[in-house]
Design a protein around this ligand. Structure first.
Ligand SMILES: *[C@@H]1O[C@H](CO)[C@@H](O)[C@H](O)[C@H]1NC(C)=O
Ligand SMILES: *[C@@H]1O[C@H](CO)[C@@H](O)[C@H](O)[C@H]1NC(C)=O
Ligand SMILES: *[C@@H]1O[C@H](CO)[C@@H](O)[C@H](O)[C@H]1NC(C)=O
Ligand SMILES: *[C@@H]1O[C@H](CO)[C@@H](O)[C@H](O)[C@H]1NC(C)=O
Ligand SMILES: *[C@@H]1O[C@H](CO)[C@@H](O)[C@H](O)[C@H]1NC(C)=O
Length: 264
């Protein structure tokens, strides 16, 4: 009764393979990257940011590992060689970072593009770079909000976004970056209140100075930071001298013309 009548051994082998191939095609972000992919991503980034070809990268070399500012991992039996650091500070880079460039450097641990003229948003696919521990984009022209993908970079330790034009609120999603010890957001256009529940257990250095539209109380977990971390904002409460109003200012009932409610 239960005897198989048709041989299906071939299908048993083929089905998992086909499923894997379909998955790979459907989820391009999960396709394994390699050094050749890193090289293509670096060249596309250079095309976008270095129209004057100031970076002396020898594009005849098949490997990008000798290019200035590029550091690769050492090949091991367990892992192929990948680009793990990209540091191009003060290289007169101008333009916007396209999708599929930095976001394709999926083994990147350190990214420094500080002191350039990069415009536009922080690329939303930076969330693919799950190994990043250091990101320094200080002193560029970045605009827009910190993209959602940034908050999935779970091993980030140092983040420098100072001196850009980033805006939006300072998201409570920063709490997801539990290993963060340095967070510099000063001299941007961040606005509204800091999240009261903002809490990063390892944070030792923090700065939101000169974001004039930040208002409301300093979150309790940041009261131990120096006052200079909050200068040039409309924030109040410790460590700042201006004390926040104790409660939301209640709208005085217009029907009761009581006077003499002297504040003290
Ligand atoms: C660029 O790399 C190629 C291949 O490794 C090499 O033959 C050539 O001399 C290099 N050019 C310069 C300017 O270093
Ligand atoms: C690769 O190995 C060399 C020599 O052992 C070492 O100096 C270098 O730091 C290693 N590079 C990385 C990225 O680990
Ligand atoms: C980045 O990766 C995507 C998906 O794997 C690929 O389609 C794209 O061509 C890559 N970008 C570059 C510049 O190679
Ligand atoms: C980013 O680079 C600047 C120097 O340009 C440095 O002062 C700052 O500490 C760096 N930030 C981080 C988070 O490493
Ligand atoms: C915060 O940044 C401002 C502006 O760059 C600087 O003047 C201040 O000393 C910094 N404070 C701390 C605690 O980092």
């Amino acid at each position: 009764m239960a005897r198989q009548r048709r041989p299906i051994g071939g299908a048993r082998v083929a089905v998992p393979f086909v499923v894997a191939a379909l998955l790979a095609a459907a989820l391009p972000g999960l396709v394994a990257q390699d050094l050749a992919g890193d090289r293509a991503a670096l060249l596309a980034l250079r095309d976008a940011l270095d129209s004057g070809l100031l970076l002396p990268w020898n594009t005849t070399e098949p490997s990008p590992c000798g290019w200035r500012g590029v550091v690769c991992s050492n090949q091991t039996l367990a892992a192929p060689q990948r680009v793990v650091e990209l540091r191009l500070p003060g290289k007169r880079l101008i333009g916007t970072i396209p999708l599929g460039t930095v976001g394709n450097l999926t083994a990147l641990q350190a990214l420094s593009l500080r002191h350039n003229g990069i415009r536009g948003g922080i690329p939303v696919d930076i969330g693919n770079c799950a190994q990043l521990t250091v990101v320094n984009l200080t002193n560029n022209q970045f605009t827009g909000a910190v993209p959602e993908g940034f908050f999935s970079l779970a091993v980030l330790r140092k983040v420098g976004l100072s001196r850009n034009h980033l805006n939006g609120g300072v998201s409570q999603d920063f709490n997801r970056l539990k290993q963060l010890d340095t967070l510099f957001l000063d001299s941007n256009d961040f606005a509204s209140a800091l999240p009261p529940g903002f809490y990063l257990p390892s944070l030792s250095r923090f700065n939101v100075s000169f974001n004039a539209q930040l208002t409301g109380p300093v979150p309790a977990s940041l009261a131990r930071m120096p006052a200079s971390a909050f200068q040039g904002t409309a924030l109040c409460d410790r460590p700042l001298l201006p004390t926040c109003p104790n409660s939301m200012p209640p709208a005085p009932p217009p029907a009761s013309p009581s006077t003499g409610g002297g504040k003290c």
